[in-house]
Design a protein around this ligand. Structure first.
Ligand code: BGC
Length: 915
């Protein structure tokens, strides 16, 4: 962990010290720098960024050196790999091609490049080490646990199990040179050495289907160990592992058993010897610590009177503790965790505290947030403070909890009575804006409470602001909703008794999110979750990891597997995900074809165009056939779309001609059957003429060319006239609506949808006090049974549209990872200005434009070693100035496309003015 910190310091330092006109390298990354201590990819990918004040800089060659020690690398003794000078402009995802690496090997590397504007020195030295690569290398490390309930524990609909406090004293009789610990702690763990918590994570590790794969975390703990006695301590919480509603619906919900752990501590001594400490039956534990219960849905109960002073440090007498026993392995293969753990990523201070008639207090955090509440309290030993969480209030001012179903969402803190006590939970989280706190015999101060915002430790990479305040608030709501629903996997919602990684919620959502968060490793992990949940015959579930065993065999939900992989390729140039998952995707496509293709149409759908605005404001699911789109229409069109993407993947990985021709033939057949059955050539509409039924074939290129305009006009009529400029789609149609309108010339109508404040719209949510995105368009009035106030699926392609169509920041599909940027804002849609930025894997992209009737100014930044196609809203070059030079006199190359000039610009910052 420390190493990672150091790393970031180096990185920031080199950013701020770049001298004018020098070309330097920074941000050296191995597999995205998640945890360079534990890489279990045999051929890691290396990336770097070029920083310089010079413009129009392109890399022409690189040379990478990798050595087994820093000393060797310093003297250019690249005993692992010398790439030689390679003529290439690749600066991201360069695959290590040196000597075969073994488990726990260390690798130090640096890179030097030449560019069209000069050479660099060798970069700073960066580092990674390999994780434990084979099952055999976990050898005699034992999984330990204790398969038994203790007093106070219960297995029921509301299961309870106290956290387990584990300790092991070790005696080291030499000076430690280096030490690394590898830990698997299920469901959740915290690790301590000599009383100090290791790492700044919470709720670790990321959840998986533990019967399929189990994530281990790695930490450098050199500075925590000392010669003499040391104590390793862990606390195990339940997370998704132990009976969380499993007893309630055992047929549906997976259970993994009692918490358990396995740990290896590798120590190298200064005298050259080494030792490995491993979990075994000599480790001791107590179930009698202060965390009496921890259940993700129901909350945490903490009895401070039961705190055990010094339990994780030397000098504690553990004589009365029990010995852990050898327990069965969870079953899953151990893997290095390549996506970050969760962390407290921010704090929220309540904006008000109000007394209720019953003597409790209601806190308003001012924001629907995900995490927990930290409190400061005084009282007598045994006093109990209770916190209950909700997203909104009822009219009488009390908590609205009807939409949480049976989640109890209640934390309890029992005081030890020793002056001021500060507490926050460890193994649960809540989704909430309001908290009712009770049990006080005095009026607590508002400053006694802090909301902790908890989600995956990932960087915010995008910003967006524009001239429309409603759109800005929607953006903010999306930002809060997305980050709250990252929990080591993308979940549907953070508050009710669900919190499941539903595939269909992120099919396109993941793409929009990628403009705001560095979500690459999270989604790469999720694709693995999906892969691991695939059945032998090829089916994939609706929820992955399949904590809920739903194998509904739809296309629109399951299609997320392929769409998210495409997003990772497009946004992050991640070819590996295509290579790794292609066989499984192909298998699923074939499975669907074999089982559900009838008369060249896909006859299987489970959820329909989920959550369309219904006929009455109180209901969840519409029964009105004019609002619903036939399942065969949805799944056939979507399957056609997926075939196109599979074809693209097949080209990327050089799959056989057979694959490609199969995708071609089948998609042709589906298109024909689809148009034959559903296209009405006199009304130019599909099926029952819902917007969704029309937008899918338009977006996927299924409409015969000569009818495209007419079908589009018909759909526009539906949106503009029939629905009076409002959305009428559910989760499926909304993924394509904004871009399809804009790319066919009606950006103004898309803008109307985005800026609307009346029902149904995103702005309607804002008008009604939403600070996140709702599950339902009618989320303020609908039945509470399925009505989360923090779901992100209705965002559809809205965020993609913000960035690609309004800001003009889009990766050219032919040059993934923003190697070439398409900057083509729709200036006519209705906005007066946009100011957006996106930190791509190649560097920071900026687009800031402002216009009035006579003038447009546009400032753009294009990262080093990339280029941009910049579309100007005029065909008249003499009106354009770039960095003060008139375009017609400058040496820039440009071409004209329809009524626009298109410039190809290399890296740098440009100020464009059009009069
Ligand atoms: C979830 C959704 C999910 C849907 C599928 C709901 O309960 O919250 O987000 O996609 O079920 O039916």
């Amino acid at each position: 962990m420390k190493k990672i910190l150091q790393y970031f310091v180096i990185l920031l330092f080199s950013f701020s010290t770049v001298a004018q006109n020098e070309i330097k390298l920074s941000n050296l990354q191995c597999e995205m720098l998640v945890n360079p201590l534990g890489i279990d990819v045999l051929q890691p990918r290396l990336s770097w960024q070029i920083i310089t004040d010079k413009s129009e800089v392109e890399q022409t060659t690189y040379q990478i050196l990798v050595a087994s020690s820093a000393e060797k690398l310093a003297s250019n003794n690249a005993d692992l790999w010398d790439s030689g000078k390679v003529e290439s402009n690749a600066s991201v995802n360069v695959i290590y091609a040196g000597k075969k690496l073994n488990g726990k090997d260390e690798a130090y590397w640096k890179v030097k490049i030449s560019t069209n504007r000069g050479e660099t020195q060798w970069s700073e030295i960066a580092y990674w080490s390999m994780g434990i690569l084979t099952y055999a290398d976990w050898k005699s490390t034992r999984w330990i646990g204790y398969n038994q309930l203790f007093p106070g524990d219960s297995v029921s609909q509301f299961s309870k199990l106290s956290a387990r406090y584990i300790r092991k004293q070790i005696d080291l009789n030499k000076n430690v040179k280096k030490a690394k610990v590898y830990i698997m702690g299920m469901g959740l763990y915290e690790l301590y050495i000599n009383g100090e918590k290791i790492g700044n994570y919470v709720l670790a590790p990321v959840p998986t289907d533990y019967t399929k794969n189990v994530k281990y975390n790695v930490f450098d703990v050199t500075s925590q160990l000392k010669q003499g006695e040391n104590v390793l301590g862990t606390i195990l919480g339940n997370g998704r592992f132990f009976a969380m509603r499993q007893e309630y619906k055992p047929y549906k919900i997976k259970s993994f058993g009692f918490p358990k752990m396995a740990l290896q501590l590798d120590i190298e001594y200064e005298d050259g010897t080494s030792e490995t400490i491993k979990t075994d039956e000599t480790w001791k534990f107590t179930p009698n610590g202060p965390i009496r219960s921890n259940n993700e849905y129901d909350g945490e109960v903490y009895d401070a009177r039961k705190e055990i002073t010094n339990w994780n440090n030397v000098g504690f007498d553990d004589e009365n503790w029990l010995n852990l026993t050898w327990v069965e392995e969870p079953g899953g293969f151990p893997e290095a965790q390549m996506t970050p753990n969760m962390k407290v990523m921010g704090e929220v201070k309540p904006i008000s505290i109000a007394a209720t008639k019953t003597g409790s207090y209601i806190l308003d955090m001012g924001q629907n947030m995900v995490g927990w509440l930290q409190l400061k309290v005084k009282g007598n030993s045994g006093d109990k403070v209770t916190m209950k969480f909700a997203e909104s209030l009822k009219e009488d001012g009390s908590l609205y909890i009807a939409n949480l179903r049976d989640a109890r969402v209640t934390d309890e803190y029992i005081l030890k009575g020793e002056g001021e006590e500060i507490w926050e939970p460890k193994f649960i989280y809540h989704g909430f804006r309001f908290v009712e706190v009770s049990g006080y015999n005095y009026k607590p101060a508002i400053t006694d409470f802090v909301g902790k915002v908890v989600y995956d430790d990932m960087e915010t990479t995008g910003s967006f602001e524009c001239s429309n305040p409603t759109m800005n608030q929607i953006f903010k709501n999306a930002y809060w909703g997305i980050r709250g629903n990252y929990k080591g996997m993308p979940i549907d919602c953070p508050q009710r008794n669900e919190r499941q990684p539903w595939l269909g919620d992120r099919t396109t959502g993941a793409y929009g999110e990628s403009f705001i968060f560095d979500n690459q490793t999270l989604y790469a992990k999720w694709l693995d979750d999906i892969k691991f949940s695939q059945t032998l015959d090829g089916g994939i579930p609706d929820v992955a990891p399949a904590f809920w065993r739903y194998y509904g065999d739809g296309v629109t939900w399951q299609g997320a597997y392929i769409k998210v992989a495409d997003m990772l390729y497009n946004q992050f140039a991640d070819e590996n995900v295509i290579k790794n998952h292609y066989p499984y995707m192909k298998k699923w496509m074939a499975y669907m074809e074999a089982n559900y293709l009838k008369n060249d149409l896909m006859d299987k759908d489970k959820y329909g165009d989920w959550c369309v605005p219904p006929e009455s404001l109180e209901i969840i699911r519409s029964q009105d056939p004019t609002r619903l789109t036939d399942g065969e229409v949805l799944s056939s069109a979507f399957y056609y779309h997926l075939l196109q993407i599979m074809k693209k993947f097949a080209h990327i990985i050089n799959a056989t001609e057979n694959d490609i021709s199969h995708y071609d033939d089948l998609s042709e057949r589906i298109k024909m059957a689809f148009n034959k059955k559903y296209l009405n050539t006199s009304t130019f509409s599909y099926a029952n003429n819902t917007v969704t039924a029309n937008v899918l074939p338009l977006a996927f290129g299924m409409v015969p060319e000569e009818l495209k305009q007419k079908v589009f006009q018909n759909m526009v009529h539906e949106v503009e006239v029939t629905k009076q400029g409002h959305v009428s789609t559910g989760v499926v149609g909304i993924q394509f609506l904004m871009r399809t309108l804009t790319e066919n010339g009606r950006g103004d109508l898309a803008y109307k949808l985005a800026s609307n404040k009346t029902y149904p719209s995103w702005g309607y949510m804002v008008e009604n006090g939403a600070t996140t995105i709702w599950e339902l368009w009618n989320g303020n009035t609908a039945d509470p049974e399925m009505n989360s106030q923090n779901h992100v699926m209705l965002l559809g392609d809205l965020l993609v549209w913000y960035y690609e169509n309004m800001a003009g920041i889009k990766s050219n599909p032919d040059y993934p990872g923003f190697k070439q940027i398409i900057m083509k804002p729709d200036f006519k849609a209705g906005l007066n200005y946009v100011n957006a930025s996106y930190k791509s894997i190649h560097g920071l992209i900026k687009s800031h434009w402002k216009q009035n009737k006579s003038k447009l100014s546009w400032n753009i930044t294009i990262p080093v070693n990339t280029s941009a196609l910049v579309y100007l809203p005029t065909a008249n070059a003499s009106k354009v100035k770039i960095n003060k030079d008139r375009l017609d006199k400058s040496s820039e190359n440009y071409k004209t496309e329809e009524d626009r000039l298109v410039l190809e610009l290399k890296s740098g910052t440009y100020s464009i003015n059009i009069n």
